[in-house]
Design a protein around this ligand. Structure first.
Ligand code: ZN
Length: 382
């Protein structure tokens, strides 16, 4: 966030709070010009160094999806050492979500601990922390922990922290958590949104196709049936499907992510496959259902299976927060029993999953302040 944006955010937070009182969460630090921090400088420095250290400690524990146990255990111990009541929510053999509470957890801060491969250890320079998960989403986990600690220090209670496994593939950690909700009214999920409050997330519809043909010598195509040509015809028709749009989330998009088939140039291919993924938007009333349209187009022409169907989400706008929409999906559609969802986190999704994954230290600090603001704002509703 640029300094000028921070300033206008500060003004809005103070001028548009409930009952005209403003939300007392950001203080001006004169030594840093137009920058805004959540605490006086001496406390802020202690929080920041712990924030950066925790981020790097988490990054340095490999936790590629399916192998999160050591990272979950580290964070469980970290929170237990700081007087949080910590519980492991089992997900699958050796894998568990970490749920930590202070009082009755009416507001829960949440993100995921798993990462995409490969593991990249942490390093830092003056501006950034680098490494796998620094941006997506271990820096976010650290910012949530530090925000929650600061809130407790101020006397804000009844908070929860929920750190999930499995977000990068099937959201199995979120689905396991959703089976045992704890009565929270709000869940604030963290993903890289450049510290903007997301107004919505696109959904995901993935379908895998398999086409069968009949192998033959390529000199005698009339004796065979090309699975690749059949697949190409099907894909051409799929690409002609009219895709809906949404005024907030933008257009629904299609990616033909994988195609494969055949075995040699001189053989009529007997089999071909494709994997398609739509980034979906909420269905307008009266509009056709995309999944049914895809089903209708494919039926009788190939074998197909819907591998994933995660709905798009619209999220509430709050005064004082910069907003954006995100094209990716999150754990939120799988956390429907945890209360009203919000989505906000430091860092850019454009560097997540890349070799150069990194998060700006200032953005992490800003996130600690923003999570604090969001929790205080939601507390005023109770
Ligand atoms: Zn993520």
């Amino acid at each position: 966030m640029e300094a000028a944006e921070g300033l206008s955010l500060h003004r809005r937070l103070f001028s548009q709070g409930p009952a005209g009182k403003g939300i007392p969460c950001l203080y001006k630090d004169a030594s840093r010009g137009a920058n805004w921090i959540s605490k006086p400088m001496s406390q802020s420095q202690a929080i920041s160094s712990e924030l950066f250290r925790l981020t790097q400690d988490l990054v340095n524990i490999p936790s590629i999806t399916g192998e999160e146990e050591a990272c979950s255990q580290f964070l469980a111990n970290y929170l237990a050492d700081r007087q949080w009541k910590v519980e492991a929510i089992p997900v699958s053999q050796g894998r568990f979500n970490v749920f930590a509470t202070h009082g009755h957890p009416e507001i829960v801060l949440s993100t995921h601990l798993d990462t995409v491969p490969p593991f990249i250890p942490a390093r830092e320079d003056a501006e950034f922390i680098y490494g796998r998960g620094s941006c997506d989403a271990k820096g976010i986990a650290a910012a949530e922990v530090m925000a929650a600690q600061s809130l407790l220090d101020e006397g804000v209670s009844d908070l929860g922290l929920l750190f999930l496994v499995g977000e990068e593939t099937l959201s199995d950690g979120a689905r396991a958590a959703n089976e045992t909700p704890r009565g929270s009214k709000y869940i604030i999920n963290g993903e890289p949104t450049c510290n903007k409050l997301a107004l919505g997330t696109k959904g995901v519809l993935r379908v895998d196709l398999r086409v069968r043909g009949k192998m033959a010598h390529s000199a005698y195509p009339q004796l065979g049936e090309s699975a690749v040509e059949k697949l190409l015809d099907i894909l051409a028709d799929v690409r002609k499907l009219p895709l809906p749009g949404d005024e907030i989330l933008g257009p629904c998009t299609l990616n033909i992510g994988v195609i494969s088939g055949g075995c040699a140039a001189n053989v009529i291919p007997g089999e071909a496959q494709a994997q398609l993924l739509f980034r979906t938007v909420p269905r307008q009333s009266g509009a056709p259902d995309l999944k049914s349209q895809v089903e209708e187009l494919l039926r009788g022409r190939c074998e197909f299976e819907f591998i994933r169907d995660t709905p798009a989400l619209r999220l509430e706008k709050l005064d004082g927060f910069e907003t954006d929409v995100v094209a990716y999906s999150t754990d939120l559609p799988s956390l429907t029993n945890w209360g009203q969802p919000f989505l906000l986190g430091p860092g850019s999704i454009h560097v997540a999953h890349t070799d150069g994954e990194r998060v700006r230290k200032w953005d992490l600090q800003q996130a600690v302040a923003l999570y604090g603001c969001l929790v205080r704002l939601l507390k005023t509703r109770n």
